[in-house]
Ligand binder design. Structure first.
Ligand code: ADP
Length: 371
């Protein structure tokens, strides 16, 4: 019972047992074959010896028995050698296979306990090494998510502290009569409350997007109408900052089957970012065209651009190139993550290209055309 339990729970023993079963079957087959074939083989190959032994039946019987005994002895020696070889080979194979698996098992337990820095090392190029490599990729992804989560908690605390402190100071000033109850004071409180609301809204949106809980009410939509309306909505802010906003649109575009509110949200995020990361005097251009079964939109700016290192991360949640917490009006690195989820929920894709820092960036997405 104990042996059975050990075998059931140990891959190394299972391997050894499988080798032994193969050997046992081979020996059984050889023994059976030998049993039936020995006499014939003896007659066939030992004709000369039989001639020497003459017609004495006792002598012939003795010769046949000896031959059987010799065959059995050889089989026994071969079986013992095979069992020893099986043990040696299975020991080596088990070490090669079970070792890395044990290492990954212990690493995964460490990770489950929150030690995200844990990695495994499996040299070679076989499936186990590939498994170890993807295990490490998974561990690295968990590690960076955890790091960003920790940063976010700090960032959120800071983002919440500033408006709350402002609101409290204003309200205290008003209550104590230090501040006169003028419109400016109330506007200040309203602005700070709006900032808090925006942050909470972003977080709710992110958690819904990541949980795949976004519901789309799709209809055939003219993408050009959406682009023009978002551009008109944001134009005053572009004018305020002295950033030119240009639309390079075709006269017509086949309709897309999308949720207009969600695609508007994506356009606002991309145009809002382009405005925020483009200094005064720069420009932002929105292009749209179609290519086969897809409609494409590109928002190109002449702003601060993105380095190759940042390009790979901008869609990750909570990722901000400028990590300084003193940025006025900056977001929390959630907008692009949500936009990417929204575009993908429509069966599209969102990506970014930038020749480098200070050389502008272009965020593009495609959406499938309505059928
Ligand atoms: P945020 O609310 O911080 O803007 P996003 O998810 O929209 O969050 O963007 C993530 C980060 O990507 C930004 O903090 C910024 O560093 C970078 N980014 C986004 N759009 C642009 C752009 N047009 N030009 C340069 N950097 C950008």
């Amino acid at each position: 019972m104990n042996v059975l339990t050990t075998v059931r729970h140990r891959l190394g023993w299972k391997l050894a047992l499988s080798y032994l079963i193969v050997i046992a079957v081979a020996v059984l087959v050889m023994a059976t074959a030998a049993q039936f074939h020995t006499t014939e083989a003896l007659n066939h190959h030992m004709a000369t010896m039989q001639a020497l032994a003459g017609d004495d039946p006792a002598m012939q019987q003795e010769l046949e028995r000896s031959f059987h005994a010799a065959v059995n002895e050889i089989l026994l020696v071969a079986a013992v050698a095979a069992v020893l070889a099986a043990f040696t080979v299975s020991l080596f194979t088990a070490r090669r296979i079970v070792g890395p698996i044990r290492e990954m098992l212990s690493a995964s337990r460490h990770i489950a306990a929150g030690h995200y820095r844990q990695r495994v090392e499996v040299p070679g190029e076989d499936e186990l090494s590939e498994l170890a490599a993807s295990f490490n990729v998974m561990a690295a992804a968990l590690d960076s998510t955890e790091q960003r989560r920790l940063t976010l908690v700090g960032d959120l605390a800071h983002e919440l502290r500033t408006p709350l402190a402002n609101i409290r100071a204003t309200m205290e000033g008003l209550t104590d009569g230090v501040l006169a109850p003028e419109a400016d004071m109330f506007l200040e409180v309203e602005r700070e409350t709006a900032r808090l609301q925006r942050l909470v809204g972003d977080l709710e949106e992110l958690s819904r997007a990541e949980a795949g809980e976004i519901t789309l009410s799709r209809q055939d939509i003219d993408l050009l109408v959406l682009i023009r309306s978002v551009a008109e909505r944001l134009r005053p802010q572009f004018l305020d900052k002295d950033v030119a906003l240009a639309l390079d649109l075709p006269a017509q575009l086949a309709p897309v089957y999308v949720d207009p509110a969600r695609i508007t949200q994506v356009l606002i995020n991309l145009l809002g970012n382009a405005l925020q990361y483009t200094p005064a005097g720069g420009s932002v251009t929105v292009r749209a065209w179609h290519d086969g079964p897809r409609a494409l939109v590109a928002v190109a700016d002449t702003g601060i651009g993105l380095s190759a290192g940042d390009l790979a991360h901008v869609f990750e949640r909570f990722y901000r190139v400028d990590k300084s917490r003193s940025r006025p009006g900056g977001g929390s690195g959630i907008g692009l993550t949500v936009s990417q989820h929204l575009v993908e929920a429509h069966g599209g894709r969102l990506w970014v290209a930038s020749p480098g820092a200070d050389l502008g960036s272009t965020f593009s997405f495609f959406l499938p055309l309505a059928t």
